[in-house]
Structures are given as structure tokens and as C-alpha cells.
Design a protein around this ligand. Structure first.
Ligand code: 5GP
Length: 207
């Protein structure tokens, strides 16, 4: 017999919202989930920012014009949306999320804090997971190490990151991103585990 899991009919189709400070590694952890857990449905956001090298339309993001983004927002096609780092708009197309949940697939959104707060309002039953760096210095190293932003952009992102770190208490669970694959496995476990009876689940932190 398989290990005990949720009884048939009880398995929640769980929506996990992953947020955390800039450059904490949300994208890399999400990529690790995508690679190892094809059973998990991962939302593809719409954005007005330009693609980075290697990013594909419809895979990493839906790259849309400002006009198209505004049309989607006005038409109610976005579950949430936000201007991130004061530069570009990012939003979660609503239809695909609803379809994935209706189909019983564990689903995840990787979005910024403003977006997570909006989803908290509209879908409070989702599980809100905060991805945290092992330390502030490590976060700065990761941000600088990525080298894809200008100095001005980096400073803006660090400022956002400071505010975002302070938001940890708003989340149900914290995962410390010490190692990408370990963090990805913790996340998938949360998606497939039965919901905790209380609102606040324990912090996953091996300190
Ligand atoms: P990047 O431009 O580096 O891919 O992403 C910048 C930030 O936008 C990240 O913090 C990411 O979580 C956030 N983001 C990506 N997609 C969405 C979305 O659909 N909604 C919101 N609110 N934030 C998003």
C-alpha cells in the first residue's frame, strides 16, 4: 500500500502562491518545479517588459503591449496585476488558473507581494508561501550576481526587496532558499499535502 495521503475525494486541488523578495530565486525554484514535477501547473504571467535572452513567449511570460495589458485588466481577465519595480506591469491570466484548479491539478503562481495580497483577497483559501534568502548579504550577492539589470534598476530592486522581506509575517509558510532543489521539493510537498487545520502552517526552516 502506498504511503498515507489524503483520502480519495479529499485531495485538495491546491493553489500555492509563491512570493518573496527580488532575486531570492523564485524564478529558479519555479524552473526546478517545472523540470521535476510536470504534474504541477505553473501560471504563465502576462508582462509588458521586454523578453530577456532565452525567454519565450507563452513559456516564461506572455509578452504583451501596454495597450493589450490594459485591455486584459479592464476586461477582468487578470486574477491580479501590479506594476513591479515601478517599471513594467505583470499580471496573472485568470482563465488558465481556474481551468487548472477545476481539472484538479496542483497549481502555482510566482508573483510579487502586491499581487499576492490581491490573491489573498479574492482566493483566501490558497496557500501563501514566502521564499526567503538565507541572509540579506546573500540576497544582495544574488541580485548583483545576476548582472542583468542596470545600477539604477538594481538599487530600485533592493529597495523593493527590503519592503518585501518585512512582509514575511503575512504568509502562511516560509521556505528558506538555501538550495534550489530542496526548496522546490518543499514547495511541491506543500502543494500536495492535505491542508493544515489552522490558518498558519509551520515555518519550514531548518535553523
Ligand atoms: P522578472 O522581470 O525578473 O521576471 O520578474 C520581476 C518580478 O515580477 C518578480 O518578483 C516576479 O515574481 C514578479 N511577477 C512575475 N509575474 C507576475 C504576475 O503575474 N503578477 C505579479 N504581481 N508579479 C509578477
Amino acid at each position: 500500500m502506498a504511503e498515507a495521503g489524503p483520502a480519495e475525494g479529499e485531495t485538495p486541488s491546491r493553489l500555492v502562491v509563491l512570493a518573496g523578495p527580488t532575486a531570492v530565486g523564485k524564478g529558479t525554484v519555479t524552473a526546478a518545479v517545472r523540470e521535476r514535477h510536470p504534474e504541477v501547473w505553473i501560471s504563465v504571467s502576462a508582462t509588458t517588459r521586454a523578453p530577456r535572452p532565452g525567454e519565450e513567449h507563452g513559456v516564461h511570460y506572455w509578452f504583451v503591449s501596454d495597450e493589450e495589458f490594459d485591455r486584459m485588466a479592464t476586461a477582468g481577465e487578470l486574477l491580479e496585476w501590479a506594476v513591479v519595480h515601478g517599471v513594467a506591469k505583470y499580471g496573472t491570466p485568470r482563465g488558465p488558473v481556474e481551468e487548472a484548479l477545476a481539472a484538479g491539478r496542483p497549481a502555482m503562481l510566482e508573483i510579487d507581494l502586491q499581487g499576492a495580497r490581491q490573491v489573498r483577497e479574492t482566493m483566501p483559501e490558497a496557500l501563501f508561501v514566502f521564499l526567503k534568502p538565507p541572509s540579506w548579504d546573500e540576497l544582495v550577492r544574488r541580485l548583483v550576481g545576476r548582472g542583468t539589470e542596470t545600477q539604477e534598476e538594481r538599487e530600485r530592486r533592493l529597495e523593493t526587496a527590503r519592503d518585501e522581506l518585512a512582509a514575511e509575517a503575512e504568509f502562511d509558510v516560509t521556505i528558506v532558499n538555501r538550495e534550489i532543489h530542496a526548496a522546490a521539493e518543499e514547495l511541491v510537498t506543500l502543494m500536495t499535502a492535505p491542508p493544515a487545520s489552522g490558518r498558519r502552517a509551520p515555518t519550514i526552516d531548518d535553523q
